[in-house]
Design a binder for this molecule. Structure first.
Ligand SMILES: [Fe+2]
Ligand SMILES: [Fe+2]
Length: 293
């Protein structure tokens, strides 16, 4: 199965649809110091469905804005260039991978629950520890397992076996992936983000969230935050990806790396931190609606 799949994998990467041109422009604008609110609003306005999405997001309970937002200009002004661009990039990525209506998929609801929980927990840790950039961390968490969507979308029959083995043998999904496919979702996630020319920290979060110490020095704190949030989400029943057995947070690569940067992490009760996230359930519901359009 592995040899066959290695050939198929090449095709998967080659045939992954390109990200829409408007997203490419937004990513470019994110990198450009000279881009301002006007530039971003103009790029988004060129794409009516995306403009609608931006207004939907800005008016969602998620952002709790006091007044209704009715133009893209106003949305960009209220939420900022980076937040709006990252929302569009995340929506664009998941929209590009959206399965046809009648296609079988894994449990997408569980997937969204895990992805949003990881993003929200990572953002909370980012604030608590003053490590990394809040938006990059949040959207990095939201997109960290995108490779699973790619595999499920383009190799659903084989991926079904992966999920079955994950369940039957009570192992982590990544182990089952390596066993059946010879490759895993983290690598695929990194490849697709490279193909779409996503900001490199987002690509590093996807590529190294299961092997934090292999990430570049520059992105390592962000990768570690998302990797720890990924574990925490799973331990707090927002899991997706099998059972890894009794993970001790303090013994993970992610925790050790973060403890070296922000020793205050040793004084935080991680479980309480997640339990105190009162808005987490609402955020999961809102974000799921936004990302699935
Ligand atoms: Fe993962
Ligand atoms: Fe994950």
């Amino acid at each position: 199965m592995i040899a066959d799949f290695a050939r198929k994998l090449e095709n998967i990467i080659n045939f992954i649809p390109p990200i829409p041109a408007v997203i490419v422009e937004l990513i470019r604008a994110l990198d450009d110091e000279n881009s301002n609110m006007g530039t971003i609003a103009r790029v988004i306005a060129k794409d009516p469905p995306m403009s609608m999405n931006v207004l939907k997001v800005a008016n969602s309970a998620f952002y709790r804005l006091a007044n209704k937002v009715s133009t893209v200009d106003h949305a960009v002004k209220m939420l900022g260039v980076k937040e709006i661009s990252m929302i569009c990039v995340s929506c664009g990525a998941y929209q590009a991978l959206k399965p046809p209506r009648d296609a079988g998929t894994f449990n997408l609801q569980e997937f969204w629950k895990h992805s949003v929980a990881t993003g929200v927990i990572a953002r909370t840790l980012c604030k608590e520890l003053s490590v990394g950039d809040r938006q990059t961390i949040y959207f990095g968490g939201l997109l960290h397992d995108i490779g699973k969507v790619v595999l499920d979308r383009f190799a659903h029959d084989v991926y079904k076996i992966v999920m079955q083995i994950t369940h039957d043998e009570c192992i982590a999904m990544i182990e089952a992936e390596k066993k059946i496919l010879g490759e895993s979702h983290d690598v695929i996630g990194g490849l697709i983000m490279d193909k779409w020319k996503f900001p490199f920290v987002l690509a590093d979060i996807a590529r190294f969230h299961h092997n934090v110490s292999a990430s570049s020095e520059q992105s390592r704190p962000s990768v570690a935050l998302c990797a720890l949030a990924d574990e925490l989400a799973r331990l707090q029943f927002y899991g997706f990806g099998g059972n890894k057995g009794g993970v001790i947070l303090e013994e993970t690569q992610a925790f050790r790396i973060l403890a070296g940067i922000a020793p205050g992490i040793n004084n935080i009760d991680m479980y309480k931190l997640v339990q105190d996230l009162e808005t987490l359930r609402d955020e999961i519901g809102e974000m799921e609606k936004i990302l699935t359009g």
